[in-house]
Design a protein around this ligand. Structure first.
Ligand code: ADE
Length: 282
């Protein structure tokens, strides 16, 4: 999976994503990211200006449409070229399939294949695990990081497919939100985490917060590890963990708990086979 970040501060993205799990995944070639400097696409050769005053007045500067659009087009071109290179390695069957898709004039097909461009903005839908899972299915994702007072609306209309926020507060720029999203998306890409299971059972994987966990020693500061976890009875441990997840979610995130109850209605109890009128009697 490839992340392409349009930004005025590429070093922030490069430094933020090159360490730890994401850095290792990049080295292994499982994910890749490029931070593209919007300033490099400025039409102002002298000062490389990318912002200007807003029409209608008001404080602050606005990021202009042209450098962002040209930056996006350069990324889009690179992605297409990369895909063409990959075509050379395709088998005949794969080529026939791809050609079939390419020839279809069907708008739905074109729409479905559209490159997703995420504008990170406090005005967007609030990011969550479901969105991360949805974005993780893409081969390429483009992020646009805003600064100053915002971005000229016309370029947003032209290129953006998703408006996404990381919460109801305002940051100084889109770089941190983009990195937050890239982290959450990357860890869902197969092979990024060593233990595939950890992405499944942890918080939100099943719509609940994760249960409490313990490691050695068995007793610390007078606090003992719950006995059930030492019992070796896996079924009981699973039941206990689900119960703890439910309790924790109900207490800390009541809205998630309510949603879980709706999504997981109690299973109807199996009807007991009715006894024939004289069965078991005498
Ligand atoms: N840019 C500034 N604040 C933001 C937020 N909360 N989410 C996404 N992008 C932002």
């Amino acid at each position: 999976m490839n992340f392409h970040v349009m930004t005025l501060f590429p070093e922030m993205i490069e430094q933020g994503l090159s360490t730890s799990i994401l850095g290792r995944a990049k080295e292994k070639g499982i994910i890749d990211f490029e931070a593209v400097n919007i300033r490099d696409f400025s039409a102002d050769m002298k000062h490389h200006k990318v912002d200007d005053y807003t029409y209608g007045g008001g404080a602050g500067m606005l990021m202009q449409a042209q450098p962002i659009y040209d930056c996006y087009k350069a990324i889009e071109k690179r992605i297409e070229e990369n895909k063409d290179c990959k075509c050379i390695d395709r088998t005949d069957d794969e080529n026939a399939l791809a050609e079939n898709i390419d020839c279809k004039d069907d708008l739905d097909v074109k729409e479905a294949r559209r490159l997703r461009v995420i504008y990170v903005t406090p005005q967007g839908a609030v990011f969550n695990q479901q969105m991360a899972a949805d974005f993780a299915k893409e081969e390429d994702l483009v992020f646009l990081c805003g600064h100053y007072e915002g971005v000229d609306e016309r370029v947003l209309e032209e290129i953006v497919t998703d408006y996404v926020s990381i919460g109801d507060y305002v940051l100084t720029g889109g770089e941190l939100p983009a990195m937050v999203m890239i982290d959450a998306i990357s860890r869902l890409v197969p092979g990024v985490l060593n233990n595939d299971e950890s992405a499944m059972t942890e918080s939100f994987g099943n719509g609940l917060l994760e249960y409490p966990q313990y490691s050695r020693p068995e007793e610390w500061m007078g606090k003992k590890v719950p006995g059930i976890l030492l019992s070796g009875d896996h079924k009981k441990v699973d039941e206990w963990r689900l119960e703890q997840s439910l309790l924790r979610t109900k207490e800390r995130r009541p809205e998630l708990y309510e949603q879980w109850l709706i999504d997981n209605p109690p299973k109807p109890e199996k009807k007991k086979r009715r006894r024939k009128h004289n069965e078991g009697i005498l």
